[in-house]
Design a binder for this molecule. Structure first.
Ligand SMILES: *Cc1c(COP(=O)(O)O)cnc(C)c1O
Length: 383
C-alpha cells in the first residue's frame, strides 16, 4: 500500500506553483517598502474584498477569530448579553462570544445542510439577545430569508460567520453582504487562503466599520489615545499582498470545487452508495462553494470507512467530532447529551473527503473506490 500516492484532503501546492512568480514579487514589494503591517497593501486589499462581497467597508485583521471578536466589539456585545448560534461549528464561533463575556445560545441545525435551523431560532430569543450569528458551514449559506425576517422582527443584528464561505452566495448576493457584519478567515484551508493567519470583516455600516478599525489597534484613535479597549488584531501587509494575487482567481477556483463536487455526486450515485453514504445537499438559490465536501456515513460505519481511507492513504477529516455545547470548557453551562440531537448525530456521522480546486478525476475515483470497497461490502453484524 505504501507505494500508492496519497490523496491529500487539501493540496495547496498546485495553487502555489501556478502563482509562485506573482506571489514572490508581491512579497518582495512589501519587504522592500518597509511597511509590513497594515498600510497601502492592506487598504487596497480591503477595497477589493469589499467590492467582491458587495459591502461598503472591509477591515482586514489577524484571523477569522479576530474578525468575530471585532464584530462583537463593534456591536458592543459583552457580559450579560446572549448571542444565538449553532452548536455544530468550529469552536471559534462560540469562543469569541465567551471571550467577550457574553453567552452563546445554541440553536440546533438542519439535518440536511448542517446549518442553523431558522425555525428554532425564535424560541431562543430573550430580552438579553444581542445578535444572531449564523455559520455558513462547509461553503453553503444559511437560510437567510428566514433569519432576515427574525432579525427584523426582533430588531437584532446578524453576524455572519462566513469563515468557510468566501465567494459563496445567496439569491445572487455574496457572503459578506448578507447580514450586519460578516467575518472571514484566510486560514490556509479556506477558499481564499493566506500563507499564515489572516482575516477580514465586512459591513455596510460606516460607524461599525470605524469601530472595528479602531478596535483592531487597541481602541486607539488618535495615536496613543484610547477611547475603547481593543487589542492587536492587525493583518500583515505580506499576507494582504499575497491575498491580492489570489483574489482574482477565487471565482475560478470555486467553479473547480463545484465541478469536483458534481463529479463525486455522480460517482457515488453510479456506485449505488447513496444510502449508506449521504452526499451533500445543495439548496436552490445559493451557490455552495464546497470549501468542504462533507458526506454523512450512516449506521455507525464511519470508523470502518476511515480505517479503509487510511489504508489507502486518502485524506479525510471530521468537522466536527464534538458539538460545542458538549466541550469540556462548556461544563459550567450544564448542557447534556441529547440537548441538540441533530448536531450530535451530525458529529457522529460527518466525514470530509478530499476537495480542492485542482483535485483530479483520478484522485476522486480513488476516493470513491475506497468508499465503495468498504460500504459496498455487506455490513458486519455488531453485537
Ligand atoms: C476557520 C474558522 C474560524 C476561525 O478562523 P481563524 O482564521 O482560524 O481564526 C471561525 N469559524 C469557522 C466556522 C471557521 O471555519
Amino acid at each position: 500500500m505504501s507505494s500508492v500516492r496519497p490523496v491529500p484532503l487539501c493540496d495547496l501546492q498546485p495553487q502555489y506553483q501556478a502563482l509562485k512568480a506573482e506571489i514572490d514579487s508581491a512579497v518582495d514589494r512589501v519587504l522592500a517598502s518597509g511597511q509590513v503591517i497594515l498600510g497601502p497593501e492592506v487598504a487596497e486589499f480591503e477595497r477589493e474584498v469589499a467590492q467582491f462581497c458587495g459591502a461598503a467597508h472591509a477591515v482586514g485583521c489577524g484571523s477569522g477569530t479576530d474578525a468575530l471578536s471585532l464584530a462583537l466589539g463593534a456591536l458592543g456585545i459583552g457580559p450579560g448579553d446572549e448571542v444565538i448560534m449553532p452548536p455544530f461549528t468550529f469552536f471559534a464561533t462560540a469562543g469569541a462570544v465567551l471571550r467577550c463575556g457574553a453567552r452563546p445560545m445554541f440553536v440546533d441545525i438542519e439535518p440536511d445542510t448542517f446549518n442553523i435551523n431558522p425555525a428554532l431560532v425564535s424560541r431562543a430569543i430573550t430580552p438579553r439577545t444581542k445578535a444572531i450569528m449564523p455559520v455558513h458551514l462547509y461553503g453553503q449559506c444559511c437560510d437567510m430569508e428566514e433569519l432576515w425576517r427574525l432579525a427584523e422582527r426582533f430588531d437584532l443584528p446578524i453576524i455572519e460567520d462566513a469563515a468557510q464561505s468566501f465567494g459563496s452566495d445567496y439569491q445572487g448576493k455574496r457572503c459578506g453582504s448578507l447580514g450586519s457584519i460578516a467575518c472571514f478567515s484566510f486560514y490556509p484551508t479556506k477558499n481564499l487562503s493566506a500563507y499564515g493567519d489572516a482575516g477580514m470583516v465586512t459591513t455596510s455600516d460606516p460607524d461599525w466599520a470605524d469601530r472595528m478599525v479602531t478596535l483592531r489597534v487597541h481602541g486607539m484613535k488618535p495615536k496613543y489615545y484610547h477611547g475603547m479597549v481593543g487589542w492587536n488584531a492587525r493583518i500583515d501587509a505580506v499576507q494582504a499582498a499575497i491575498l491580492r494575487v489570489k483574489l482574482p482567481h477565487v471565482e475560478g477556483w470555486i467553479r473547480q470545487r463545484i465541478a469536483a463536487a458534481d463529479r463525486y455526486d455522480t460517482l457515488f450515485q453510479s456506485r449505488g452508495l447513496e444510502g449508506p453514504l449521504v452526499t451533500p445537499v445543495r439548496r436552490p438559490n445559493r451557490l455552495h462553494s464546497f470549501n468542504q465536501y462533507v458526506v454523512r456515513v450512516r449506521d455507525g460505519r464511519r470508523d470502518g470507512l476511515i480505517e479503509r481511507l487510511r489504508a489507502e492513504r486518502i485524506g479525510y477529516e471530521i468537522y466536527y467530532p464534538l458539538p460545542v455545547h458538549l466541550q469540556k470548557c462548556m461544563a459550567q453551562f450544564g448542557f447534556q447529551p441529547g440537548d441538540f440531537p441533530v448536531s450530535e448525530q451530525a458529529a457522529r456521522e460527518v466525514l470530509a473527503l478530499p476537495i480542492f480546486p485542482e483535485i483530479t478525476a483520478e484522485q476522486q475515483a480513488r476516493v470513491v473506490n475506497a468508499c465503495a470497497a468498504y460500504l459496498g461490502a455487506p455490513m458486519k453484524k455488531s453485537a
